[in-house]
Design a protein around this ligand. Structure first.
Ligand code: G6P
Length: 610
């Protein structure tokens, strides 16, 4: 959730660093700092609050230098204070900025204290800088020192180091937290996100897992995880993919649908260790707190509510923790019988939805164990007022119909489930390993689903003239079907209802005829055979089916059934994958019907009133 910027040039770099930090503020911030090598040696300036606070402090007392590193922080270990703000120094000889979480920092801290190092912050990052300082004595160069230091670090990091005795280079290391080098002419840069450097360059080299880089003014040398020198590809960006314009896309909604692999990747960054989820991604005390959770109450509205409904299946099946999910507008006015040790989870794209916020506020002093917000906006009220937070990092979502916010919420909720189960000791280790490995592959699976777009577009004529549609799913595909129906009604104005397929015969079957298409979400899981029987009931009434299924489900096209074959994926990730074609389906139907896709009638993006 933090941001890193670094620069080495023939000119003063402070303004470049500050501009970079401003561009990273979307990731959340509570303090910021820069360290520059000036003619006085290593100097730094740190402030709590926004980057603007830091910028005015630097206006009053400028720091001028040709090499520097900078950071915006979102507190995990230690409160948002100036002492805890980066860069952290060791003996005024080394300066470090760091994103991610060092899991073994307590151990290292004790060892370093025993060596006489004095800690001035509560951060895990200060451990890194003292560790480097301690190892530096045994090494000729900062490079070999850093190589030795990363061997001792457990957890996730993207970090940058400068040293006073050799201010001609910045060293960087990446493991689990992204870093990108920006290439200039006679100057080079570093950042956790290329967005931070777009004002100075359009050429970038992404560091890969385990890479260490030595960045000088005229050259960059990268070493892989085995410390072997390696060349990494340079990419050139011609435009800013995340700016608030539609770019090559006809609508924001389509652009946001296509951004999903990238933003899901970003949601995962810093949060996965080799084979488990880092509980501290939810806050420094999260792991201890999760051990005490006996019940979960999820509250949200609209699309975010559907994400919560999916999460209940994961939470109860993987951690055996009872979980309730409710829409905020009901929950806030209901007398709720609170179970012991209940964790209250709110889910929201905006973090400002009035009902969700009121529900959170109502929980105060009612005996809940703690509150956790799964939210896209770091500065929102929901985030500020919750004890624990996971930012979904979907970036700005402009289309009123939520798309990338939903899939990143699902990722956040699965990360939560895995972290909870691990903390409680209830998660099967093999399941955990497989889920983490599958999560790493999710962005590429979502790309596969997006590549089916043309095929989905062709099926839309089937819907364009219809007035009603039914969406069916079972298990965690039921809320996916609900989200599919919501998308279709929001932007195409076709009446769409979702049902758990087993309920079909208890009413909605009476509506089925050739004028009411039925969409089924049907991956091959243990409920498939049950679902197939439900679909037979539709066929027997003359209904037409559109089925999304993988090949192992063995559905074939026929006169009354159109099948879209989906890529196969780990069962836990089916909700994310099957959401993509449903989003595309509503989008293309709405385009065909000529509605206002990005701003559908009567709706608002952020509902801040009751
Ligand atoms: C509005 C939006 C929906 C969104 C819902 C909840 O209805 O149109 O897309 O799902 O609010 O918003 P939130 O920001 O709390 O997720």
């Amino acid at each position: 959730m933090c941001g890193i910027v670094g620069a080495i040039a023939e000119r003063n770099v402070t303004a470049i660093l500050i501009e970079g930090l401003k561009r990273l503020e979307y990731r959340g911030y509570d303090s910021a700092g820069v360290a520059v090598y000036t003619d006085q040696g290593l100097e730094r300036c740190r402030r709590t609050g926004k980057v603007a606070e830091l910028a005015s402090a630097l206006d009053a007392h400028p720091l001028l230098g040709k090499v520097g590193i900078a950071h915006t922080r979102w507190a995990t270990h230690g409160a948002p204070s100036e002492d805890n703000a980066h860069p952290h120094f060791s003996n005024n000889e080394l300066g470090v900025v760091h994103n991610g979480i060092i899991e073994n920092y307590q151990e290292l801290r004790e060892e370093l204290k025993a060596q006489g190092y004095i800690f001035t912050s509560q951060t895990d990052t200060e451990t890194i800088v003292h560790l480097l300082h301690s190892l530096r004595k045994q090494h000729d160069s900062l490079l070999t020192t850093l190589q030795a230091a990363v061997r001792k670090l457990e957890g996730a990091y993207g970090l940058a180091v400068i040293e006073a005795c050799n201010p001609k280079r910045i060293l960087a290391a990446r493991s689990g937290s992204p870093l990108v080098i920006g290439l200039g002419i006679g100057e080079n840069f570093l950042a956790s996100d290329p967005l931070a450097l777009r004002q100075v360059t359009d050429r970038f080299i992404y560091l890969e897992e385990g890479d260490i880089a030595e960045i000088e003014r005229e050259q960059v040398q990268i070493y892989d995880a085995n410390f072997t020198p390696i060349n990494r590809e340079t990419v050139q960006y011609l435009d800013n993919a995340e700016s608030a314009d539609k770019g090559e896309y006809r609508h924001f909604m389509l652009k946001e649908i296509y951004e999903q692999p990238k933003v899901v990747q970003r949601t995962l960054e810093d949060r996965l260790a080799k084979d488990h989820v880092l509980a501290s991604s939810f806050g420094a005390d999260a792991e201890t707190l999760f051990q005490h959770v006996q019940n979960i109450q999820i509250v949200a509205c609209g699309t975010s509510y559907h994400a919560g409904m999916v999460a209940r299946y994961w939470i109860e099946s993987l951690t055996n923790t009872p979980c309730q999910v409710e829409v905020a507008s009901e929950f806030r006015y209901r007398h709720v019988a609170i179970q012991p040790n209940t964790l209250f989870i709110s889910i929201s794209q905006s973090g400002e939805t009035a009902d969700t916020l009121a529900a959170l506020r109502n929980t105060k002093d009612k005996g809940y164990l703690a509150s956790l917000a799964i939210c896209n906006i770091g500065t929102s009220s929901l985030v500020r007022e919750s004890d624990l937070v996971l930012l979904t990092r979907a970036g700005p979502e402009i289309g009123v119909a939520s798309t990338k916010a939903f899939t990143t919420q699902l990722v956040g909720l699965l990360l939560f489930t895995l972290a909870l189960g691990r903390a409680q000791g209830r998660l099967n280790t093999q399941t955990e390993k497989e889920a983490v490995a599958a999560l790493r592959l999710l962005p590429s699976k979502l790309n596969d689903a997006l590549s089916m777009s043309a095929q989905i577009e062709r099926t839309c004529e089937f819907f364009a003239e219809k007035q009603h549609t039914l969406f069916l799913g079972r298990g965690e595909q039921y809320p996916v079907a609900m989200e599919g129906a919501l998308k279709l009604k929001e932007i195409s104005y076709i009446h769409a209802e979702a049902y758990p397929a087993g309920e079909l015969k208890h009413g909605p079957l009476a509506l089925v005829d050739s004028e009411m298409p039925v969409v089924a979400v049907a991956p091959s899981n243990e409920l498939l055979e049950k679902l197939k029987s439900n679909l037979q009931e539709v066929r027997a009434r003359g209904g037409e089916l559109l089925v999304f299924a993988d090949r192992a489900a063995h559905f074939e096209d026929s006169a009354d059934t159109h099948v879209i074959h989906m890529p196969s994926i780990h069962e836990l990730l089916e909700p994310m994958l099957y959401t993509i074609p449903l989003q595309l389906l509503s989008y293309y139907v709405a385009v065909l019907r000529g509605t206002d896709v990005d701003q559908p009638r009567n709706l608002a993006k952020s509902v801040t009133v009751e």
